[in-house]
Write a protein that binds this ligand. Sequence first.
Ligand code: PRX
Length: 649
Amino acid sequence: MSSQSLYKVSGDIAANALVNNDKYKTMYQESIVNPEGFWREHGKRIDWIKPYTKIKKTSFDDHNLSINWFYDGTLNASANCLDRHLAEHSDRVAIIWEGDNAREQRKITYGELHADVCKFANALRSQGVCRGDIVTIYMPMVPEAAVAMLACARIGAVHSVVFGGFSPDSIATRVIDGKSKVIITSDEGMRGGRAIPLKRNVDDALKNPDVTTIEKVIVLKRTGGKVDWQEGRDIWWHALMETASEHCQPEEMDAEAPLFLLYTSGSTGNPKGVLHTTGGYMVYASMTHEYVFDYKAGEVYWCTADVGWITGHSYMVYGPLANGATVLIHEGVPNHPSPARLGEMIDRHKVNILYTAPTLIRALMAEGKQHFDKFDGSSLRIMGSVGEPINPEAWRWYHEVIGHEHCPIVDTWWQTETGGILIAPLPGATDTKPGSATRPFFGVQPALVDNMGNILNGENEGNLVLLDSWPGQMRTIYGDHERFVLTYFKTFRGMYFTGDGARRDEDGYYWITGRVDDVINVSGHRLGTAEVESALVSHELVAEAAVVGYPHDIKGQGIYAYVTLTRGTEETEELRQELRQWVRKEIGALATPDLIQWATGLPKTRSGKIMRRFLRKIAANEVTNLGDASTLADPAVIETLIESRLNRT
Ligand code: PRX
């Protein structure tokens, strides 16, 4: 690594930061050598109803798996995000909201947010929601999404947020898995100037005969668009709020009581319900938010993620609100109506910290710098990146055009499963290198292993694993603990396997190279290739399908599908479009295949297993060195696929 690629921590930033390099080293060392002592101290950043005395009982042994943190303490997550700020900061703005249309603006103080959450918590109770019930939330990016989540937490209900871009079928699978009785939605959502029919999607999901548990649908009136109404089942949010009391005592929850479920894609099968619990998660989300973004009281913090993803949970709601931050929430997309929107919003709201994804940066880059000619950006201090590897060109563009070369970039690596950031620079401590997530957060022990599970030392490349637990770790896959153990702890015994590959350089910095399993990352959205395949084969004209990711300039990875049609079906452009629409309808727009190649045959071993590495290479247009095809049942298939490949860039 040449010294030119090293961006040194500036003296100014280090002097005022929470942590400088020496302090990082001391704290990290302590967190590894004495985790009990370290977390005993840092667990206090959260208000406990009954303080913990027990800190950590964890084991990654697959026969004896246990993950428990602060496990004799009790607390309430919503009280930590709201009540504890009231004495001194009731008038501080908790949420600044800007609509898809910039003329719509709202500001909500901590006092007001507390009142809304209490009222909605009572409203939920009035609809029969009890401690431990799973409530599905399918909402646009409005403050009420956070209100709904915090209201669940207040009464000990477990929320399961479904991303607003998902289809009725995807809502149905999640509702069925969680046996939800109540779903909270909105008439419509607004995104990029378009109305998204959220209520209609919910209605369609509930028509699925396997959805049998839903008793109530609570509907927020966002646009006033026309909706169908089922008397007795559907209730307006505002009607419930009108009569609800502003007083609601927070439930006392065990540290290990479930806080939320969030479904995410794996290599196989349906999306998994990742379960996070209360105490460790709150400590970890709030601590990483404060340290990684070097958050200072009074600063305006903007995370562009949707609330339907883990980033929206940990770094738009729980982490920042626990820290008393002022959070900017944007309903739409930051490059609509023009790429200038991002800069305009930063200037309009004097944003100090921005947290976004490489795919947005690449999209803005492609539009050209001129959209930032009027951008002032002087409020901006720290910038984050999340969700996928950031290529050095995008990193530099972000640094120059948005950060005006003086804002440290924190490239944060983590996962739905990890609950919070695991590898990232700290602004006042870590010199950065474009494309590297750099060093582990406190208490995090990454390692690289070869395919046999041997630990690799020094400069090396391998599978990224974690050797010990951290408080924000997921505790199980809802309803399928065996799958949890199998997915994360059996590949490499005694270690948590992330599914990612990584390289470690001479400075001990980590460079995430991407997934090593059958998960793809499209615009920072995680998808299982198996899910897209199963959507494709559910079409009556599709006999077989194999899906892989391929490098895509803006999205990071695009979706490349090889499709074998049923005998006698004609391979037409119309059918190709129909299949794209089909997948979109089955899963959601984010799963729409970019390229569909007709394949009369797929490369299979004699036992019938599809050899995906060939398909990945052909999709990536890397066709000169495909490797040994001798184990294939019919090696000639490869030549045919190469000839008709679609990505020739
Ligand atoms: O492959 C890694 C990639 O996103 C995956 C996790 O996706 P998800 O659970 O949806 O969570 C995304 C938001 C935390 C990881 O396994 N990933 C996430 N952040 C980075 C990343 N890859 C490289 N660099 C990152 N900063």
